[in-house]
Design a protein. Structure first.
Length: 250
């Protein structure tokens, strides 16, 4: 059966498009779904655009029109965990929409998307990735070596590390050190992006597993807009490398 692969931006998509063999394109809702073989595995590759709505719509189309058995998001993110560096990779064992909740005292209090505590309360927060899937991915990545960032991209010879944990999603680009600290402290997110939480919500509704693989293009602080532009293309290659490594076990 087919695996759906979503990227948000051209810098992410470009690392995979040229590797797709025998693609057949289908255009739906302004999106080009390229069906073909990637390293011997049947996939549908699509650029969704940025944000949760774009991802939710694209994931729904993958589920309904292409009958995919799994959807993987491959791309970049901002780092929240201060122990991580630009170029490191976070693979989600849970995705969470940090901008869903209720607003009080001039800030948002995160709650499960689609719920509010006084109407349809829940103890859940986020969308867990199946534990057996995470374990298969971990085993497949044992011993993998990722290329250090180039000198041009500010590399210091340090090889990127791969870690697993919570990835936060919201429809904002985070360029605030204080918010970065708060989100890491309160929600335990290792990385932050704009799509994975919506992917988790849609995949749960369809009963389809999901994965979110993110290489850190910035550290989600005061200089994240500059860092993103400088590093996005190069670090996106790491996410694509990992995706190709795990296709045989997912």
């Amino acid at each position: 059966m087919t695996i759906g692969i979503i990227c948000a931006i051209p810098e992410e998509l470009g690392h995979l498009q040229g590797l797709l063999e025998g693609p057949g394109d289908t255009v739906i809702a302004g999106r080009t779904f390229a069906s073909g073989m990637l390293d011997g595995h049947a996939v549908v590759l699509v650029g969704a655009g940025i944000g949760k709505v774009n991802t939710a719509m694209t994931a729904t189309l993958l589920a309904q029109h292409f009958g995919v058995r799994l959807i993987i998001f491959s791309g970049v993110a901002g780092g929240l965990d201060p122990a991580l560096h630009i170029g490191d990779v976070v693979i989600a064992d849970r995705t969470l929409q940090h901008d869903a909740g209720w607003i009080a005292d001039e800030r948002i209090h995160t709650y499960q998307a689609g719920h509010v505590p006084f109407f349809n309360p829940t103890e859940r927060l986020g969308y867990a990735v199946a534990g057996d899937l995470v374990r298969r991915v971990e085993r497949a990545l044992e011993g993998i070596g990722l290329e250090p960032l180039s000198d041009e991209a500010g590399g210091d010879g340090r090889a990127p590390v791969i870690t697993f944990g919570t990835i936060l999603s919201g429809d904002q680009f985070l360029n605030c050190e204080l918010t970065r600290i708060r989100l890491f402290r309160e929600l335990g997110g290792k990385a932050i992006e704009m799509e994975g939480g919506a992917l988790g919500q849609v995949c749960e509704a369809f009963g389809i597993p999901h994965l979110d693989i993110r290489a850190l293009s910035d550290l989600a602080g005061a200089e994240s807009n500059h860092d993103f532009a400088a590093f996005v293309h190069e670090v996106a290659a790491s996410s694509a490398t990992i995706l190709r490594r795990i296709l045989g076990v997912v």
